[in-house]
Design a protein around this ligand. Structure first.
Ligand code: ADP
Ligand code: ASP
Ligand code: MG
Length: 422
């Protein structure tokens, strides 16, 4: 039994969907679960639609129309009778009805987000599954929300393994043995029976949840790059492929923000010793990267560069000149947790605490509101966080990398150097 995951880029157009059909036809054998994300950048569009709906903005209907047209165009280009897609149509109508209905004023932003944004995955999997059946690649569409049972924490739900694993084993496994299953990444159902999502880019994680529960022999994540590289090839033209990584190295790279794999993906696979392949859907014959257990460090001296743009930097200083030690740190960390902000880098001195996190105006303002009573807070945007993993550079090489920018925070550990630049 194997698990394949296709992300947004692999299903961004009709020709991309056809290519998925080709990859499946040539690369799959034996029982298979196929996890698919929303098409192209549709999740971003749905987030905008959700915001417009929540705040009753004028562009709500325009955004819905764009989503409708995007999918209709793909269906048309796939050249399959439109009546075969009535289930997709039903989903689009359901979405339209949701955004037209007056909002329940007691419902929070995050709850409403999880009602609307999962439509991206539901629609994309219906389209791909229908298309595959039509070209003779027999498969069955399954609703992942029946199997991925989570906490009720909207937009950042945690899997409840004790609930999900038995369900997948008893109800899904027999189906996988009979035919290929097509299902959604990213979405789940809370214990309160309402929709949840696992956090942006969470479909990789879904693949590893299913693989863990099914004791799969491997997971393959199909990407628009040759595999995991030592830097994002869009940003570093000399990036090279890493053929083999240990689970721990992959966890560290993902943790520092190498966005090619979602950070939560590796741990469940590591626990069961399931290998993860990251391969190119453009050129499936290429070997790609394999992540598996390995006692020794497989990266050796290979330096990896991870760039996170759009970082906010916050400086927090106590108003009463008290030291930033345990009691104040407790207040500060609680505030980050309450505001739903994850820190990418942090540092503290005697009287101040500095940190960087992904820019998000709403969350940053909320954080300031919580802290302002006890602390002086200053926020600045537009920073870049550069992490060099396996750091081993001379001063002049570093000067070249940093260029005209200023280093505002610097942190060094055994394995990585992190610089916050402006
Ligand atoms: P998906 O379609 O599965 O969501 P993503 O767009 O999230 O795929 O991930 C693929 C992209 O990740 C690549 O196009 C590449 O630009 C970027 N990327 C960032 N870091 C790396 C890295 N270290 N190795 C390979 N790709 C990387
Ligand atoms: N569609 C979701 C997102 O864009 C999940 C994923 O693609 O992994 O974040
Ligand atoms: Mg992605």
């Amino acid at each position: 039994m194997r698990v394949f995951k296709f992300g947004g880029a692999s299903v961004k157009s009709a020709s991309a969907v056809k290519n998925v059909g080709e990859v499946l036809r040539t690369q799959s054998e034996g029982p298979l679960v196929v996890i698919i994300s929303a098409m192209g950048k549709i999740t971003n569009k749905l987030e905008k639609l959700m915001d417009a709906y929540f705040h009753n903005k004028d562009d709500k209907r325009i955004l819905y129309k764009e989503i409708l047209n995007f999918h209709s165009e793909i269906i048309k280009d796939l050249k399959i009778a439109e009546n075969d897609y009535y289930e997709v149509e039903n989903l689009l109508i359901e979405l339209e009805c949701k955004i037209e209905k007056k909002r329940d004023e007691t419902s929070s932003y995050d709850v409403e987000y999880d009602r609307i944004v999962p439509f991206g995955e539901l629609i994309s999997t219906k389209i791909v599954s229908t298309y595959l059946n039509k070209i003779g690649y027999k498969n069955r569409w399954i609703d992942a929300r029946n199997f991925v049972i989570t906490t009720n924490k909207n937009r950042a739900a945690n899997v409840i393994w004790e609930e999900s694993v038995p369900l997948i084993n008893s109800s899904l496994k027999p189906l996988v043995e009979r035919q290929t299953i097509v299902t959604q990444g990213f979405i789940g159902r809370g214990l309160n029976h309402k929709n949840t999502t696992l956090g942006r880019e969470g479909s990789d994680y879904t693949a590893s949840i299913f693989a863990y529960a099914l004791d799969a022999e491997s997971v393959t994540i199909w990407k628009d790059v040759d595999g995991v590289m030592n830097a994002d090839p869009r940003k570093f033209e000399n990036a090279v492929l890493i053929e083999k990584l240990s689970y721990n190295e992959a966890i560290e790279l993902a943790y520092y923000g190498a966005s090619v794999i979602h950070p939560k993906t590796i741990q469940p696979l590591k626990n069961k010793g399931i290998p993860l392949y990251v391969k190119s859907f453009v050129d499936p014959a290429k070997p790609g990267t394999v992540v598996l257990e390995n006692e020794s460090r497989t990266l050796n001296e290979t330096q990896c560069y991870i760039v996170k743009e759009n970082q906010s930097m916050i400086t927090i200083a106590s108003k009463d000149f008290s030291f930033i030690v345990e009691d104040n740190l407790e207040i500060i960390f609680n505030a980050f947790n309450t505001a739903g902000i994850q820190l990418n880098l942090m540092q503290n001195s005697a009287i101040s605490f500095m940190a960087s996190f992904n820019e998000d105006e709403l969350k940053a303002n909320y954080l300031s509101e919580i802290l302002i009573e006890k602390f002086n807070v200053s926020l600045a945007k537009g920073h870049t966080l550069l992490t060099i993993f396996n750091y081993n550079k001379t001063n002049s090489e570093m000067e070249e990398i940093i260029g005209q920018r200023n280093v505002v925070l610097e942190q060094k550990s055994n394995s990585a150097l992190q610089l916050l630049l402006i």
